[in-house]
Design a protein around this ligand. Structure first.
Ligand SMILES: Nc1ncnc2c1ncn2[C@@H]1O[C@H](COP(=O)(O)OP(=O)(O)O)[C@@H](O)[C@H]1O
Ligand SMILES: [Mg+2]
Length: 364
């Protein structure tokens, strides 16, 4: 089985550095997602791994072999792109088998692989159709079929689902993950969609401006974001980042009367709290005023003012609160993330709030 090792990869276009000193490892048979906003260098990184563009510096190893300057065909990989690039005049079967024909794979072997791929993807009844006679999801499956019949140990995907509607995206995502696991593929998957990343990945590489912001398993990215950017990029609504200030006994929410939430000076610090970690409680930690309520069905998003800071709170269903109510907000000590505002880095500070007695954690 083939793993991938990327060492200090760099790509410069004229005077612009699209990929800066990127290093990561993809263990054999696992799925790594390159995640980040548009233009952060995800596709460029993937194209360098594929050999479609040449690295300015750095090293790419596949299965322990240095392929940094090897042509794409020598890298043992298959690719699926956002625009599936199916040949309109070829049937589904011909589209799936195109690459194998080019590589002169014998006919009996081609038939065996086509059967297997059609089986996995549920395309058996559609093999004679032309791409124009298929739905978006079916076309996507044909593109996946091509990657499957290649039987390459490594598969690279660049936003393969972005042309599909939300429902179909969800189904295809599950399908890709199950194919990757059952065929034991090593996969690198590019997306800007954090939910797709969180639900698919063994490892997420979060990129920003050509550099890696954080690499971690989804659960660690959520529980311990390394920077304020990572904190805001994962989660819906995003994590609240609340400015702190110096107060009596420690750092307080800026513009509030306290209490002290963390030890030491609050100047230049941000307190991160996820909307889903905050509760409205009788004995909550800070007083707040409800500014607006947005009803979403299963939950509601309340915008609350604490001191001169605004934060979002996610509560289940409809609560009996109205705009203008004064409430108290509580959270568990481990829900607090502290960041240095100027550096945007996570910092460790002693938390002063204590978990309320269970009896007092009654929601109002
Ligand atoms: N062929 C190219 N020539 C010049 N600049 C490029 C080229 N390809 C990409 N870029 C630039 O590199 C940056 C990263 O692009 P890309 O990797 O496609 O981002 P992403 O896939 O994360 O949206 C962008 O600013 C883009 O404009
Ligand atoms: Mg891209």
């Amino acid at each position: 089985m083939s793993g991938i090792e990327i060492k200090n990869l760099h790509k410069r276009w004229a005077t612009f550095d699209a990929v800066r000193d990127v290093s990561f490892t993809v263990a054999p048979g696992t799925l790594t997602v390159l995640l980040g906003p548009s233009g952060c260098g995800k596709s460029t990184t993937l194209r360098l791994i594929a050999g479609l563009d040449a690295a300015t510096s750095g090293q790419i190893l596949i299965g322990g072999r240095d392929v940094t300057t090897a042509p794409p065909a020598r890298r043992g990989l298959a690719m699926v792109f956002q625009n599936y690039a199916l040949f309109p005049h070829l049937s589904v079967a011909e589209n799936i088998l195109f690459g194998l024909k080019v590589r002169r794979v014998p006919a009996a072997e081609r038939t065996r692989r086509l059967r297997k791929a059609a089986d996995i993807l549920g395309l058996g009844a559609l093999l004679e159709r032309k791409p124009s006679q298929l739905s978006g999801g079916q076309q996507q499956r044909v593109a996946l079929g091509r990657a499957i019949v290649a039987e390459a140990p490594i598969c690279l995907m660049d936003e393969p689902l972005s042309n599909l509607d939300a429902q179909l995206r969800h189904e295809m995502r599950k399908e890709i993950r199950s194919i990757q696991q059952s065929l034991n593929m090593t996969m690198v998957y590019v997306t800007h969609d954090q939910i797709e990343a969180m639900s698919l990945a063994d490892q997420v590489i979060l990129m920003r401006g050509g550099s890696i912001e954080q690499k971690a398993a989804p659960v660690d990215l959520y529980l311990k974001p390394a920077t304020s950017f990572a904190a805001r990029f994962i989660g819906t609504p995003p994590m609240n980042l609340i400015a702190l200030a110096n107060g009596k006994g420690g750092a307080i929410v800026k513009g509030s009367q306290g209490p002290a939430l963390v030890e030491g000076s609050g100047d230049g610090l941000l307190l991160g709290l996820r909307p889903e970690e905050i509760r409205i409680e009788r004995e909550g930690i800070v007083p707040a005023t409800i500014r607006s309520i947005e009803y979403h069905g299963a939950d509601s998003i309340l915008e609350c003012a604490v001191g001169d800071q605004l934060l979002l709170v996610r509560v289940e269903g409809i609560r009996r609160h109205t705009v203008g109510d004064t409430v108290r907000l509580g959270w568990l000590p481990e829900a607090m993330h502290i960041f240095d505002e100027a550096q945007s880095q996570r910092v460790e500070r002693k938390v002063l709030v204590r978990q309320a007695e269970p009896a007092l954690r009654v929601a109002t």
